[in-house]
Design a protein around this ligand. Structure first.
Ligand code: 2AM
Ligand code: CA
Ligand code: CA
Ligand code: CA
Length: 263
């Protein structure tokens, strides 16, 4: 059984490395960019072609699995039964378009809704974060990661999505004020890499399943808490206001939420 997962892992790593080469190559040509729900929500030709490439590879690796992909090339899912792969072909599309940097490819593998393996690939730095319960840890390429220190909110940096802070949703300004400072990286994947590396203690953002599927598996493997902003389990079939944090910081943030409700 363990060997099966090792083999599966090797196949996914190889698929992602090939996908990276293709993306780097296609980035030499001008991008075709379109707006989805609004002018800040973009999709490019590479988001689409990379999702198609990844899903074709997944179907070769695991023919009976179902796939949920952001750009719609996978299956329409109404439940998480069996093996489900959740794919974000380019996370941080705005960064991809504007910076040609600070974006990631992400894959999360679930079995009957339970975490198995997760992948976040920092494409430009060529660092692949891979791990989960089926590998018994998390690796950044060949380097095994240790669990981040369990910092309290006041002791570290917190990542957030800009709009949540601007509109002060879910007491974001009080949370940021109580932390050591806020960072906005513009990619859920890159934010979660900072937490895996112990460089940020948390991240708060409104996220879809493909934004959080891979990170949840990797983060929880290292003891980082992943919940809704009010501390409940995520619904992996819809969007959630997600709170990722060290245990102590999660407690501090839930307390801020509760204190405000009691006013
Ligand atoms: P994406 O680039 O794959 O869409 C910052 O914008 C982060 O939030 C990115 O990880 C982005 O993922 C995600 N995100 C989720 N919903 C979004 C939306 N409606 N518009 C822009 N970004 C969104
Ligand atoms: Ca998108
Ligand atoms: Ca995303
Ligand atoms: Ca995306």
């Amino acid at each position: 059984m363990e060997q099966e997962w090792q083999q599966l892992n090797e196949q996914v790593v190889s698929l992602l490395k090939t996908a990276r080469q293709q993306v780097l190559q296609k980035m030499q040509e001008p991008l075709t960019v379109a707006a989805k729900s609004n002018r800040k929500d973009l999709v490019t030709n590479i988001d689409k072609s990379n999702e198609q490439f990844l899903i074709a590879g997944i179907r070769r690796i695991d023919p009976t699995a179902r796939v949920l992909g952001e750009e719609g090339f996978g299956d329409a899912l109404t439940d998480l039964k069996g093996r489900v792969w959740i794919v974000d072909p380019i996370d941080g599309t705005m960064n991809f378009v504007k910076q040609h940097d600070h974006f990631a490819m992400m894959i999360g593998i679930y079995q009957d809704g339970v975490s198995q393996l997760g992948y976040i690939y920092d494409v430009m730095n060529d660092i692949l974060y891979a791990g989960g319960p089926q590998l018994g840890g998390v690796w950044a390429n060949e380097r095994q990661l240790t669990a981040p220190t369990d910092l309290a909110l006041s002791e570290g940096l917190i990542g957030a999505s800009g709009p949540l802070v601007i509109h002060d949703i879910a007491h974001m300004q009080a949370i940021v004020h109580a932390s050591a400072g806020m960072r906005v990286y513009g990619s859920a994947g890159i934010e979660m890499i900072h937490i895996l590396e112990g460089k940020s203690l948390g991240y708060i953002s409104h996220l879809k399943p493909w934004d959080i599927a891979a990170g949840k598996i990797l983060l929880e493997t290292l003891g980082v808490q992943v919940s809704t902003i009010d501390g409940r389990p995520l619904d992996m079939l819809s969007s959630n206001l997600v709170l990722v944090a060290t245990k102590k910081a999660q407690r501090d943030i839930l307390q801020i939420e509760e204190d405000d409700v009691s006013l």
